[in-house]
Design a protein around this ligand. Structure first.
Ligand code: FMN
Length: 169
C-alpha cells in the first residue's frame, strides 16, 4: 500500500470526529519491537509555533513504555472496516500476545516510526513535552472522581506533527 505526504494544514481533519468517534491507534517502538493501543482521547492544534497532537496515556498501558523509550510515535486513522481491529487493540494488551497480528494489521515504518499499512492516514509525531495529570490541578473535581477511581492519572504527551501521510487511491 502506498501513501503520499500531505500538508496537515490542507487535510480535512475534524479531531472531535476522527479521534473521538472514529478512534486512532497510538503506536511506538522499533522495527525489532513495537506496540499499539487504541485511543479516543486526544487533540490536534498549535503550540510553541508547531502543529501538534496531544495524546493521553494511562500509566499501565504497555504502549506507554514504547512511547517513553522513543522520540517519536505515530497516530493512525482507519476506515470503519477496521473498527473490530481497533476494538481489539483497545482491549487486549501487547504484553499478553501479538494483538497486532490478531487484529490483521501490518506494521510499516516511516523514517523508523511504526505505523500501519492498513491506515487511511498516518501522522508522525515527535515528542515535545509530557506531564502527568495531577490531582491538585482539577478545576472540576467531578472529573477526578469519575475518571480516576484508581488514581491512574493519564500522562499527557504533546508532540509535533512532523509528517502527514494519506493512502493513495
Ligand atoms: C475506544 C477506546 C479508546 C481508548 N482510549 C484510550 C486513551 O485515550 N488512553 C488510554 O490510556 N487508553 C485508552 N484506551 C484503552 C487502551 O487502548 C487499552 O487499555 C489497550 O488494551 C492498551 O494496550 P497495551 O497494554 O498493549 O498498551 C481506549 C480503549 C478503547 C477501546
Amino acid at each position: 500500500m502506498s501513501f503520499k505526504e500531505v500538508n496537515i494544514e490542507q487535510v480535512p481533519f475534524n479531531p472531535f470526529h476522527k479521534i473521538g468517534r472514529e478512534w486512532m491507534l497510538i503506536t511506538a517502538g522499533t522495527e525489532e519491537k513495537c506496540n499499539t493501543m487504541t485511543a479516543s482521547w486526544g487533540g490536534a492544534g498549535v503550540l510553541w509555533g508547531k502543529n501538534v497532537a496531544t495524546a493521553y496515556i494511562r500509566p499501565q498501558r504497555y504502549t506507554k513504555e514504547f512511547v517513553d523509550a522513543n522520540d517519536t510515535f505515530s497516530l493512525t486513522f482507519f476506515n470503519e472496516q477496521y473498527r473490530k481491529a481497533l476494538s481489539l487493540c483497545g482491549s487486549a494488551s501487547g504484553r499478553d500476545g501479538d494483538k497486532i497480528g490478531a487484529a490483521g494489521l501490518t506494521p510499516c515504518f516511516i523514517d523508523g516510526t511504526p505505523a500501519f499499512e492498513e491506515a487511511d492516514m498516518i501522522l508522525i509525531c515527535k515528542k515535545m513535552y509530557h506531564s502527568a495529570i495531577v490531582p491538585e490541578c482539577f478545576d472540576l473535581p467531578e472529573n477526578e472522581v469519575t475518571w480516576y477511581p484508581e488514581n491512574d492519572y493519564h500522562v499527557m504527551y504533546i508532540a509535533e506533527i512532523t509528517k502527514a501521510l494519506i493512502k493513495e487511491a
